[in-house]
Design a binder for this molecule. Structure first.
Ligand SMILES: Nc1ncnc2c1ncn2[C@@H]1O[C@H](COP(=O)(O)OP(=O)(O)O)[C@@H](O)[C@H]1O
Ligand SMILES: Cc1cn([C@H]2C[C@H](O)[C@@H](COP(=O)(O)OP(=O)(O)O)O2)c(=O)[nH]c1=O
Length: 212
């Protein structure tokens, strides 16, 4: 597949600051005249957003873990095929808030389905497309969830309301991914003040784009 854009993903525990920092980075790229598409998972496009609502609905407590993993992968496929790949083929920078690493951490480790098993269903969904760069926002589950708790405006979805044990397993999953993909995933300390995190992320992304 001919791709001359750059695919960058943000990853990390709930409340790490991904969405906030992503918004700041988009502003800076646009100010520099860079053609950028900002998007998110689960969702990002009509069909995937409908799947997101099914997954995150607090009333769907009966959802089986494999069903959850398959739904995330299905949303990922539609979002990738309909929005991300076309943008990359047009040479755009795509900044995506979460991607396949989230499924590996949350469903692979958090739900205990196994990271290899979850990767195998996602291999079918992503058909070879992996990010050029992933920025991992490192923060403990406790601190991330505390930030969410402080923000009344932010909806608490079915995943946010999982046990601390679940979120600690997710954190362990991310630590494994950092070791597994040392070239692709770069970790930033997400506990620092917002401006400092933003500056660190900006430096990493600028360096990546200067290499392209
Ligand atoms: N570096 C930071 N320090 C303190 N609060 C932060 C920081 N980054 C984000 N926040 C706040 O924490 C909450 C979660 O941020 P958000 O960007 O939604 O995280 P995520 O998308 O990773 O779940 C928001 O209220 C946001 O304003
Ligand atoms: C993309 C993805 C997200 N998730 C989880 C992470 C979040 O708890 C939730 C997405 O809700 P969201 O509101 O995007 O949370 P956050 O702002 O923390 O990213 O879904 C998975 O479990 N697997 C996945 O593949």
């Amino acid at each position: 597949m001919l791709k001359n854009g750059v695919f960058i993903t943000f990853e990390g525990p709930d409340g790490a600051g991904k969405t906030t920092v992503l918004g700041e980075i988009v502003k800076r790229l646009e100010e520099k005249g860079v053609s950028v598409v900002a998007t998110r998972e689960p969702g990002g496009i009509r069909i995937a957003e409908k799947i997101r609502n099914v997954i995150l609905d607090n009333e769907h407590q009966e959802m089986d873990s494999r069903t959850e993993a398959l739904l995330y992968a299905a949303a990922r496929r539609q979002h990738l095929a309909e929005k991300v790949l076309p943008a990359l083929q047009e040479g755009k920078i795509v900044l995506c808030d979460r991607f396949v690493d989230s499924s590996l951490a949350y469903q692979g480790m958090g739900r205990g389905l196994g990271m290899d098993e979850v990767m195998s269903i996602n291999a079918f969904a992503i058909d070879g497309t992996m990010p050029d760069l992933t920025i991992y926002f490192d923060i403990t589950p406790e601190e991330g969830l505390q930030r969410i708790g402080k923000n009344e405006a932010r909806e608490q979805n079915r995943l946010d309301n999982e046990s601390m044990r679940f979120h600690k397993n997710v954190y362990e999953g991310y630590q494994k991914l950092l070791k597994q993909y040392p070239k692709r995933i770069i970790s930033v300390d997400a506990t620092k003040p917002l401006l400092e995190v933003t500056e660190n992320v900006w430096k990493i992304i600028s360096a990546q784009l200067n290499q392209e």
